[in-house]
Design a protein. Sequence first.
Length: 204
Amino acid sequence: MASMEKLYLYPLWLRIWHGVNALGIVVLIVSGISMQYPSTKFTMLDFGTAVNMHNIAGVIVSFSFLLFFLGNMFTKNRKFYRIKPKGLRKRLVKQAKYYIHGMFNDSEAPFPISEKRKFNPLQKYSYVAVMYFFVPVIIITGIALLFPELIIEEIYAVSGVMITAVLHGTVGFLIFIFLLIHLYVASLGKPPLKNFKSIINGWH
């Protein structure tokens, strides 16, 4: 059997962004949960500390997103995020079937990583949804909550601040779920730490 070709898929700027973003997201989750439930016995941080950490991490993640956006605009990494609607449903179903039973039966991955394809279809479109929709929404609503005078006072007789807070919390929860799935999928390599090593040294 021929040896698998090594591919340099994670340039330094992307690895730095990934590390900063991951750390920032974890801090946002921990501090966000502490802010949501400040009176329970299981509070991880006191409310004041949680607020300060949440605000600082939010600013860091916002600038980190700017780095990601500019990096994907001006480097070759943008090709991995191009939307290709034709045949999308068929590709998604094929990848889903692989995740459900194919990989447990030692079937070959239907969309193996290559120089032209870093993500399988489910990964690609979930990343696009998170990075180009969920993250911008959580940044915008976060800024609005930091400066509530920017928020519309009422929307159909409902507090604009409450709507913004609910949207911010809901999207934050969805990002948390995505993070758990992301970590699980990343551990599917052989050995399990293979993909984590790739995001550190850049080579797949």
